[in-house]
Design a protein around this ligand. Sequence first.
Ligand SMILES: C[S@@+](CC[C@H](N)C(=O)[O-])C[C@H]1O[C@@H](n2cnc3c(N)ncnc32)[C@H](O)[C@@H]1O
Length: 386
Amino acid sequence: MSKNGCSNKAEINFLKVKKTNGQYIIQLLKEHFKKDSIIDHKYKVSYEDNFIFFPLVENKDNIEKLKKKIHSFIKYEIISRQPINKANYKYKSLQEALTGKIPENYFSIIPKSYDIIGNIAILEFEKPSQIGDYEFSEYRTLIADAVIGVNKNVQSVFEKKSEIKGDYRLREFAHLSGENKSETTHRENGCQFNLDIKKTYYTPRLIYERRRISNLQIQDNEIIVDMFAGVGPFSIQIAKVNHVKIHAFDVNPHAYNYLQENIEINKLKEEVLPYNINIRELLHPSNQIGKQLYGTVDRVIMNLPEQSIYFIDVTCFLMKKSGGILHFYQISEKPNPIEKTIKDLDKKLNDYNWVIAEIENSKIVKSYSPKAELVGIDLGIKPLNS
Ligand SMILES: C[S@@+](CC[C@H](N)C(=O)[O-])C[C@H]1O[C@@H](n2cnc3c(N)ncnc32)[C@H](O)[C@@H]1O
């Protein structure tokens, strides 16, 4: 028993009948009960001596109905005993998997949603004040076990332990259940990404945004720069469905290694060129890639939402002097986060004698915090006097 009197191996009701009556009972259950309303399929039907034991769903009305339906000449008993879990049973919800394991008045700590990256689930918890540290730690592990029970592809569960921080935009994680392995392969929009959640940034929450950008009208042979490429989700998805050349940069050596791997496994070695450098280095007069790309780029993706604005000078340096398209992401505070983002952009571009030619699209990509949103703007930009 746990401290709250909540047993992990609670007894449940079984219908006990002679083996010779097993077929009769199965037929009766099929005729009179909806699927899953009377037999608890997560537990094994067991056989002992001449008897068969059917595990029953905890539902008083249905058990009463069962008693009435069983013919008077059939001998039966409803008995209480410990069930045996089916090894391959997958629960339909976290609540179902946790019933009898954590007290229902603590179900509020079960996360309402969580990210799945490859075969890794990432949970986030808020500790209610009435739960002690010991219980909270026990329940977190039980919830993580249940996440594996509910999702057939999840083999590891980690808990967020910090905000995203540092130049590489990484988070700390604690292992909660399953394999303690932070490397995985994630599939998104027909592409495959190897990554390590502890060493590289990745969010599955941009899946629709990356599909949207990949499916824009991108001209053949465009030269594109993905300034903050990570393990390559924007670059690789765009290159998969367009005939373009993408220069993909990331300062994090681990992200760069996975980016190289991902270019290879998605068969895009001709289309996506990876670089492990700080994008700002391109401005240095001796930088070869900077010299090569100066004033040649048709399209730039800036997905470093807390800091993209500080790299607008690099964008102006790279972009064609006849103008080009910028996909710009920024975290902006409410109210009016889209207007704020456009104002910030306009001001920064003016600092470098560039202007907004046209706003093609502006949207809130996702909520970032109670006070701020992740804003995405697609815009045409050009030099002031062009
Ligand atoms: C928010 S993540 C985005 C990654 C990727 N675009 C995605 O959607 O998953 C930003 C990435 O920019 C990289 N980064 C940060 N500052 C950089 C810089 N000055 N030059 C190049 N890469 C940088 C980080 O290492 C990180 O991988």
